[in-house]
Design a protein around this ligand. Structure first.
Ligand code: G6P
Length: 606
């Protein structure tokens, strides 16, 4: 989720590149860099304004490449910022995506005597391209042979010092487009930057690469067949583009679920072996094997992800798990226990209460691990080891895609810890396959978003709402209610379905609806009984159920369907319709769902 921009023409490149980068900052903003063959390379940590301070006023270059980074490999430092050069600094490259086999490639290059300045997968790509360029007759040929050796995703732009006005781009699973101007051309990872130069745009398809000069563009497939395509005109304004055409970041981020569920598991599932390959844990295998008890600490949505993780880790890895809210954990008396470990979950990696809990645990000599989205964030640095979520930046204050990726990473962790212990290969393979199916299943749910909108319109004026779920869906009930509270200001409560009879059922009447998460699972019949109790008191019921279940259709007033999946994965899928429901209710009530009142995206105070 970084931003790429490149320009070649007759105007001074640096101001154009900076302007383009600024418009891309919403995609990632922990560091930025620019290279122009005429002026050299400039990199800075932080937003583009920091980079701006380093740039020469008398720059002359009329072509260059630029990048704004959201770290995935290596902390956000100037060394890790793009562009990266090859060993002999004959070419510079900017890259979005993840090179899955970068470690193998890097080892081979190290053996051949290469030295690396950064910890990034991108620098490995630059070096590899440099090697191929040395023996190839053209850059086309070098790019072709390099990209054939790469596994993973990329959107990239490359410039060679020896041919300063020519820029190459390639795309595979990460968007790249070309902007076609009058005697100037550009390349962007999305249209926002391109719009600064021209409205004429051509998107590259996966497996295509392009060559641009100020006067020409050429698009080829990786086997170098030329494809001809005329540019289209960009119709959106910059703000709409940032939201990818959606009205709000929240909807855009909900709609990104398939991509996020793909990215968080990318390269991490060894399906045939039934194992999870979590790079950040590999060096600590022994310590992880010795864990006897796990304390998960988190706040807000991340806490609910932790509650979900408890069920998973206990079932699949057999490790007792306690889940604590960050602001409570630090004030409790801690009974020292051998084999205890702490797991912090945080999207931002900056939440003060979670951070304080980590510090407290470390002071007591407990191993601290993290599941964090923002690479290089304070929590990522404070924990001894961890797993990044690779969910990309989340702009909407109410967490949506980051929450889903937290759940998925917890499933990967349960698989990892389970296989270190008693988990059978068969069950591990079953779980692994179910994780791999999530992106397609998420896309299927999202394709029916209009149905959720209709239900949202129907219930938008209620004063209160109850969310119930059991076992793997217990946490989901709380998260669903939290989402509705956050963006629609409707009073919503999450509850364990079995607890209804101990209090909440007293509130039920025809004006008090309940959302019941009731997929086909081990507690289906039990939850059905709870729904029957609600219906007997004339309470309206919206159910989230497995496609094809006829029993629920008879019972509930409205049903949101999710595809059939094993219990823990159905719980992940059930989150998506609840996110959509909260979104559509909030919008129907006329609220700014991206910036709910009184809330902050990252709470860095106690
Ligand atoms: C804030 C946000 C929530 C988030 C919580 C924890 O309250 O509004 O969406 O779940 O902080 O944030 P973290 O970054 O630690 O996951």
């Amino acid at each position: 989720m970084c931003g790429i921009f490149a320009y070649t023409g007759s105007k001074k490149a640096i101001p154009i590149l900076v302007d383009g980068l600024t418009s891309l900052e919403y995609r990632g903003y922990d560091s930025a860099g620019i290279f122009t063959p005429a002026d050299g390379v400039f990199k800075a940590v932080g937003p583009v304004v920091e980079l701006r301070k380093l740039l020469p006023e008398n720059a002359n270059g009329t072509s260059g490449i630029a990048h704004t980074r959201w770290a995935t490999h290596g902390a956000p430092t100037a060394e890790n910022a793009h562009p990266h050069a090859d060993q002999n600094e004959i070419l510079y490259l900017v890259h979005n995506g993840i090179v899955e086999n970068y470690k193998e490639l890097k080892e081979e290059l190290l053996k051949a005597g290469h030295t690396f300045k950064s910890q990034t997968d991108t620098e490995v790509l630059a070096h590899l391209l440099g090697v191929e360029r040395g023996t190839a007759s053209s850059m086309d040929e070098a790019l072709e042979s390099t990209l054939q050796k790469v596994r993973g995703t990329y959107g990239l732009a490359v410039i060679e010092k020896a041919a300063p006005s020519t820029i190459y781009a390639a795309a595979m699973g990460s968007p790249i487009a070309i902007g076609v101007g009058e005697n100037e051309m550009c390349i962007g990872s999305d249209a926002t930057a391109i719009l600064r130069v021209t409205k004429q745009i051509i998107y590259l398809e996966d497996g295509e690469f392009a060559k641009i000069t100020p006067q020409n563009y050429e698009i080829k497939t990786l086997d170098r067949k030329i494809t001809t395509r005329a540019p289209e005109e960009i119709e959106w304004d910059a703000d709409t583009i940032k939201k990818n055409g959606f009205d709000h970041y929240m909807l855009k981020e909900i709609m990104e679920a398939p991509e996020v569920l793909e990215n968080s598991a990318r390269g991490r599932l060894l399906l045939t072996e039934g194992r999870a390959n979590l790079g950040g844990l590999a060096e600590h295998e022994k310590e992880l094997q010795n864990i006897k008890r796990l304390v998960i600490v988190a706040c807000g949505s991340a806490y609910y992800a932790g509650v979900y993780g408890k069920y998973l880790i206990e079932e699949y890895a057999g490790i007792p798990v306690e889940v604590a809210i960050g602001s409570e954990f630090r004030y409790r008396a801690h009974i020292p226990e051998e084999g205890a470990a702490l797991l912090a979950i945080s999207q931002s990696g900056e939440t003060a209460d979670t951070l304080a809990s980590i510090k407290e645990a470390k002071r007591r000599g407990i191993l601290a691990r993290g599941i964090v989205n923002v690479v290089g964030s304070t929590i990522a640095r404070e924990t001894d080891l961890g797993v990044y979520k690779h969910a990309g930046p989340e702009v909407g204050v109410a967490s949506t895609k980051a929450f889903l990726s937290q759940m998925e990473v917890l499933a990967l962790l349960a698989l990892y810890l389970g296989r270190q212990r008693h988990l059978s290969v068969e069950r591990a393979i079953e779980l692994g396959k179910a994780i791999a199916e999530l992106p397609t299943q998420a896309a299927e749910i999202l394709s029916k978003h209009e149905e959720v909108k209709v239900i949202a319109e129907k219930y938008k004026d209620v004063r209160d709402m109850l969310y119930i779920g059991r076992k793997y869906n217990f946490a989901g009930a709380y998260e669903g209610a939290l989402k509705l509270k956050e963006v629609s200001y409707i009073h919503a409560e999450g509850y364990g379905a079995g607890e209804m009879k101990h209090g909440p059922i007293a509130m039920i009447d025809p004006l008090f609806p309940t959302l019941a998460i009731v997929p086909d699972d081990a507690v289906f019949e039990k939850t059905i009984s709870n729904i029957e109790e609600i219906k007997a008191r004339k309470g309206p019921v919206i159910a989230i159920a497995t496609t094809g279940n006829t029993q629920i259709k008879e019972l509930a007033d409205d049903v949101l369907w999710i595809p059939k999946a094993i219990e823990p994965m159905a719980a992940i899928l059930a989150i998506i319709p609840m996110q959509l429901l909260a979104y559509y209710v909030g919008v129907a009530k006329g609220y700014n769902v991206d910036r709910p009142r009184n809330l902050a995206k990252s709470v860095t105070v106690e």
